[in-house]
Design a protein around this ligand. Structure first.
Ligand SMILES: *[C@@H]1O[C@H](CO)[C@@H](O)[C@H](O)[C@H]1NC(C)=O
Ligand SMILES: *[C@@H]1O[C@H](CO)[C@@H](O)[C@H](O)[C@H]1NC(C)=O
Length: 391
């Protein structure tokens, strides 16, 4: 999409609420929109594939994204990955699957009820844009929902092992990190399951229900978390669930978190991103898209084994390019990370970044498809973090 089209958006869609000025010819316009804290003239440092980072305005960034270009906004994290080389020597080894006995009963407890109810609420915010008031409110809602689920489903002794925290960001919508401590006294390497909570319209001031992108992944991993704690999951390694802010701004939330983990030399055993888990394109076979570019190859092979062993649908290999979701922030920091998506990239939902990214737009939006991904996250957590035997 070109700049002129965006101006047309401003002109027709939101003109009454905007103040537009063109005083400085270097600066395209000044826009203020109630409920948003977004300066389109602010300079950001942006990293594109195979290039040194370049400075551009927020508006130029938005235009790039509208053209389908993926990037890191590295303004706040220019040195992410500066110690990544230290980790390349010691790669984790992913052994064969051996927790079927504990995993299978949990998979039976997964349901579409919670995801339906949660997604209905999560998409009721006008937008979850990371620099909007409703984006902040949707994050607060998610945080309280996670707390309620924890109180309702985790046995009391397990609750003492769980920490629910906001990871603060300057733009207002915080990321959320839920940690279940591990029982190991010697292995502190964490298993991370992630999704991004923010949404955006191609023009950020317009409505963005973000049902698939990435409301689906957000409630998918929440359902996995619910089932795991209801089963009194006691991992050997710590397990964390992350709901990132500002993925749509250039992976800002995940980059800030990965940078913090890198700064304290945290060990990460494995990270798995769930971004868009609901869409089954009409006339296509239902399958799980295993991303094969910019991911850790051995963890990806392990992920395929999980699909084959625990899911009712097959996987298909697919690619999504540079910096295409939050797993890329972890990869940049030298941590093994992977990405699984609803289908091949080509068959994925084309309503994203629009007001039509709704769960009720088409039967192609499938809660039973999402449930397969909840199975995958449960299996990922247990097979990689282990299960502490009761005395
Ligand atoms: C599963 O495999 C791991 C790694 O090979 C091993 O440490 C663990 O004891 C095994 N667990 C079970 C339940 O067999
Ligand atoms: C989890 O473990 C960490 C590190 O050992 C510790 O600092 C923290 O207090 C523990 N959290 C809970 C909720 O027990």
């Amino acid at each position: 999409m070109k700049f002129s089209l965006l101006l047309a958006f401003v002109g027709c869609a939101v003109a009454t609420q905007l103040a537009i000025g063109n005083a400085d010819s270097q600066r395209p316009m000044i826009v203020s929109y109630p409920g948003f804290d977004l300066d389109l003239n602010e300079l950001r440092l942006v990293q594109l594939e195979g290039q040194e980072p370049v400075w551009m305005t927020e508006l130029e960034k938005i235009n790039l994204k509208a053209e389908g270009v993926h990037f890191f906004d590295v303004t706040d994290t220019p040195d992410l990955g500066s110690s990544a080389h230290l980790r390349s020597a010691v790669k984790p080894v992913y052994a064969s699957l051996n927790h079927s006995d504990v995993i299978r009963p949990i998979l039976k407890t997964l349901s579409t009820d919670g995801p339906k109810e949660n997604l209905k609420e999560f998409t009721s915010f006008r937008t979850r844009y990371y620099r909007s008031d409703t984006g902040r409110q949707s994050q607060q809602w998610l945080l309280s929902r996670i707390s309620e689920i924890t109180t309702q489903y985790a046995p009391k002794a397990l609750q003492d092992q769980i920490a629910i925290n906001e990871f603060p960001h300057a733009w207002g919508q915080n990321s959320i990190i839920v940690r279940i401590n591990g029982s190991s006294a010697t292995d502190d390497s964490v298993v991370i399951i992630g999704a991004h909570q923010d949404s955006t319209n191609m023009w950020p001031f317009l409505p963005a229900p973000g049902a698939d992108d990435d409301g689906s992944g957000s409630v998918t991993i929440l359902e996995s978390y619910r089932a795991l704690i209801a089963a009194d999951f006691r991992p050997v390694r710590p397990v964390e669930f992350h709901w990132y802010s500002a993925e749509e701004g250039g992976l800002l939330g995940s980059a800030a978190i990965a940078k913090a983990y890198e700064a304290r030399s945290a060990n990460v055993h494995a990270m798995s991103q769930f971004d868009m888990t609901a869409w089954v394109k009409r006339g296509t076979r239902e399958e799980v898209g295993v991303i094969t570019d910019y991911v850790d190859p051995s963890l990806t092979e392990f992920n395929k084994k999980l699909v084959q062993e625990y899911l009712d649908i097959p996987y298909v290999e697919t690619e999504c390019g540079y910096a295409c979701s939050d797993h890329a922030s972890w990869a940049k920091a030298g941590y093994p990370s992977i990405f699984t998506i609803e289908s091949t990239f080509g068959n994925s939902n084309k309503n994203i970044h629009s007001a039509n990214d709704r769960y009720d737009i088409s039967p192609e939006f499938s809660f039973s498809h999402m449930l397969e991904f909840s199975k995958l996250a449960v299996a990922f957590a247990v097979e990689l973090a282990g299960w502490t035997k009761k005395d």
